[in-house]
Design a protein around this ligand. Structure first.
Ligand code: CP3
Length: 403
């Protein structure tokens, strides 16, 4: 089996699995938009359409908990890995080969596109900046970057992946949300409190707005280029949203998210926003412009749905630490998340934040398989609704108006 050939599982096994997962045998992956194919469950759930089972993927699903990822990293540094399309595509595919994931996420980092704005970047293991932003003049000196000039390797990675991924695993492109990128750019490195970044926000409000605006415009162009290269959904990671009060979130972070996502409205691509630690911000985040809200493990999905209303799909939210529980207890935790998500359409199962590097990959396999097994015929699934609606859920891409 070649490195990239994820489809070549022996004995027609993959075909059987794909049939079970809502993709009939013989349906090839759409290499171009002119080829019609059934909508994969992940995209149906993003659009709050019926699904054959609750789709599942995992934040940071490509990473150091996988021995095959560590093997690649022994030979190549993290930055070089993100900048070499064949290798970035290879590690994106690793969790897709191992597990029945319903989506793949581009292997890159939220900091990748900010280098092109004029920032010098390294990783140890998180982002470290040589020239952090400390004054309004530093903000003035930053460019709005053109992704085609500064990060062409990302679009090349996406093109390779679209030729390799099975139809059951659509490709998610992503970017950091302006506020989270602001945190790293001003602080210069990771932090628990990001006190320098927060101080700058309060002391230099005007320069902060300018910086958030430049970040928003850079991320809009970056995400648009990813969609044009073949990304089938786009996710905005706001890892440090929870550092802000609702007042500061509304005044600074949210307008920058709205500006980013507003610039992508015309694309026929689901938009996902993940305000981490955002229990107190959901009322505000509801107006982000996203179709799907990522929910961290602190907020029960039923509560989140109550705040967000029926117009938004939700993604989440098992505590990553639950993967360290014995199987039976883990099963109980998975069932609880599914119950809190309820029977309506529009739930994508995920962790409530990135997977921990000490996690046993077998626990991930257990999680993915149980979510599929326990939701077949449930959760806005095709079997749980009337035949007419079920047909709509299986509509061919391009035949049905956007929902
Ligand atoms: O999810 C995936 O599988 C796709 C790849 C991905 C990475 N980073 C790879 C990575 C994604 C989506 C990210 C996003 C990212 N990067 C975020 C937002 C998500 C979140 O966790 O809140 C943030 C805050 C970053 C910044 C960043 N990059 C940090 C804090 C670190 C260190 C993390 C750690 O685990 O030590 C990184 C480095 C990084 N990005 C790694 C990976 C796989 C580890 C690098 C290594 O191999 O040593």
């Amino acid at each position: 089996m070649s490195l990239f050939d994820v489809r070549a599982r022996p004995g027609g096994e993959e075909e059987k699995k794909q049939e079970k997962r809502g993709v009939p045998p013989g349906v090839e992956h759409p290499k171009s938009d002119s080829v019609q194919a059934l909508e994969p469950p992940f995209l149906s759930a993003c659009r709050r359409r019926p699904v054959p089972h609750t789709p599942v993927w995992i934040m940071r699903q490509a990473g150091r908990y996988l021995p095959e990822y560590r093997a690649v990293r022994e030979k190549v540094g993290f930055l070089a890995l993100t900048k070499t399309p064949e290798l970035a595509a290879e590690v994106t595919l690793q969790p897709i080969r191992r597990f029945e994931m319903d989506a793949a996420i581009l292997f890159s980092d939220i900091m990748t596109p900010v280098e092109g704005m004029g920032i010098r970047l390294d990783f140890d293991p998180g982002p470290v900046l040589e020239n952090p932003v400390r004054t309004p003049a530093d903000v003035e000196g930053l460019r709005v970057a053109d992704p085609h000039e500064t990060v062409p390797f990302v679009m090349e990675t996406i093109r390779i992946l679209r030729g390799e991924l099975p139809p059951s695993a659509p490709l998610i492109g992503f970017a950091g949300a302006p506020w989270t990128l602001f945190c790293y750019m001003v602080e210069g490195k990771g932090s628990k409190t990001f006190i320098r970044a927060k101080s700058f926000l309060f002391a230099e409000s005007e320069a902060s707005r300018v910086l958030l605006g430049k970040l928003a415009d850079t991320m809009t162009a970056y995400l648009r280029a990813q969609a044009e290269a073949g990304a089938q959904a786009l996710m905005l990671f706001d890892s440090w949203a929870g550092l802000l009060s609702p007042h500061e979130f509304r005044a600074f972070a949210l307008p920058a998210v709205q500006r980013t996502l507003g610039g992508l409205e015309d694309l026929d691509v689901p938009l996902i926003y993940f305000p981490n630690n955002g229990s107190t911000l959901l009322d505000e985040a509801r107006t982000s412009g996203a179709h799907v809200m990522g929910i961290d493990w602190r907020t029960p999905l039923s509560r989140a749905r109550g705040i967000l209303g029926p117009e938004l799909a939700v993604q989440g939210n098992l505590d990553p630490a639950a993967l360290f529980a014995p199987r039976e207890a883990l099963g109980g935790q998975i069932r609880r998340v599914l119950e809190e998500a309820g029977d309506g359409p529009g739930h994508i199962f995920n962790l409530g934040h990135g997977i921990e590097r000490q996690t046993d990959p077998d626990a991930v396999a257990y999680l993915v398989d149980r979510v599929h097994e326990w939701t077949e015929g449930r959760c806005g699934s095709v079997a749980s609704v009337s035949p007419g609606v079920a047909e709509a859920g299986h509509a061919r891409i391009g035949e049905e108006a956007e929902g």
